[in-house]
Design a protein around this ligand. Structure first.
Ligand SMILES: NC(=O)c1ccc[n+]([C@@H]2O[C@H](COP(=O)([O-])OP(=O)(O)OC[C@H]3O[C@@H](n4cnc5c(N)ncnc54)[C@H](OP(=O)(O)O)[C@@H]3O)[C@@H](O)[C@H]2O)c1
Length: 339
């Protein structure tokens, strides 16, 4: 089944993306064993179905190499023209410290080589420590590398609104910020979304399915112990649910989502993705893919088959008002990563 036209978004003047991106943290090794050959074969299924956009990072194990191998196989089996149908968004997550031009250039060259490209479609920059202002130097060099053709577009991940503001004030152009955004974690709505609306910056979201917790698989289930949660993603977002309001309230949310899902003939995961996809400034929701292990792409295609009605929002809101204020507890986007 091919995705409908509305699954695509004109992300930049030169690039259209699928609004459900395939997230590759799940091949890093922290989510079970991945067989490289099966994983790359599985990538064809996603792209053939219309899920053409990949989210990866320099530190997601073999993710960048998988893109390189997938591209080689795509050319070998379908010709070079087939490459124009895919987009691969990587990240650079350096340790804080000096950010000279040779350091920046060297690291970008590694991603270019691994992915087998002359130009990165999108480079999303992460920074661990705001007290080290070298992030501005890194971004200045990255902007130059973009202007020289090493990247098509520059973006960020996990920056908070205050630092996104500083970056834009420095005249550094970024097209998007990748942040955690879900029915459980609505922190972006406090400051990030309004700022992005004013400054024409897109959001790409992760954690939108809470690693799979936002699905029928956990509806009516007793609270899982950490030993049962077999991926890094599930463990991470279970902690987020604990902070948000706990398992009992989460069950109430799952029940509400199921009632909405039943109305549209879809499932809980579809409603959870659709909810975030309909928020302002959200260009796309990244859904993690355990390539060659579990494949939900046919199911996730249904996200584009319905829209949420005002009464659905009211029912969801009636549960969300009972949750804790994560912005107050954790801070703005990405503050959980700051030392
Ligand atoms: N910038 C950052 O700091 C950052 C941080 C985290 C993630 N990310 C990005 O975001 C991506 C998403 O990762 P995430 O950890 O946030 O996970 P997620 O997308 O919230 O959850 C992914 C998991 O959800 C389950 N799933 C997917 N579709 C489903 C469906 N229709 N029904 C039921 N379950 C479904 C699958 O579980 P099973 O495989 O078990 O079936 C899948 O592995 C990552 O790969 C990465 O690209 C970025």
């Amino acid at each position: 089944m091919l995705l409908p036209a509305e699954s695509q978004l004109q992300f930049t003047p030169d690039m259209s993306i699928c609004r459900i991106l395939n997230g590759m943290w799940q091949v890093s090794g922290a989510h079970g064993r991945i067989d490289p050959a099966a994983a790359v074969q599985n990538m064809f299924d996603y792209v053939d179905a219309g899920f053409t956009t990949w989210d990866l990072a320099d530190h997601y194990g073999p993710a960048e190499d998988f893109i390189g191998e997938f591209r080689r196989q795509l050319v070998a089996t379908r010709g070079a023209e087939a490459l124009t149908s895919i987009q691969a968004f990587t990240k650079w997550v350096p340790q804080p410290g000096p950010m000279t031009r040779p350091i920046v250039e060297h690291n970008i060259a590694i991603s270019l080589r691994r992915m087998g490209v002359d130009t990165l479609d999108l480079l999303q920059f992460h920074w661990w420590d705001y007290e080290d202002s070298n992030y501005l130097e890194a971004l200045t060099h990255l902007s130059q590398l973009r202007d020289e053709g090493k990247l098509k577009h520059l973006a960020l991940t996990n920056f908070d609104t205050a630092h996104l503001h500083i970056i834009t004030e420095h005249g550094i152009r970024v097209v998007s910020n990748q942040v955690q955004y879900s029915l459980i974690d609505l922190r972006p709505e406090v400051r990030m979304v309004p700022f992005c609306q004013e400054n024409n910056i897109f959001l790409l979201t992760y954690g939108t399915l809470c690693g799979g917790l936002l699905s029928e698989a956990y509806l009516g289930q007793p609270e899982p112990r950490s030993g049962v949660l077999n991926t890094a993603s599930l463990r991470k977002y279970k902690q987020m649910i604990d902070a948000w309001g706990g398992w009992e309230l989460f069950q109430e949310l799952l029940q509400t989502l199921q009632q909405i899902a039943t109305k549209y003939g879809v499932n809980i995961a579809n409603v959870a993705v659709r909810y975030i996809l309909e928020r302002p400034t959200v260009a796309g929701v990244i859904v993690g893919v355990r390539l060659g292990v579990a494949d939900h792409h046919t199911d996730n295609a249904r996200v584009f088959a319905f829209t949420l009605a005002p009464e659905d929002h009211e029912h969801i809101q009636a549960v969300l008002v009972k949750s804790h204020d994560l912005y107050h507890m954790i801070g703005d986007c990405g503050d959980e990563y700051r030392r």
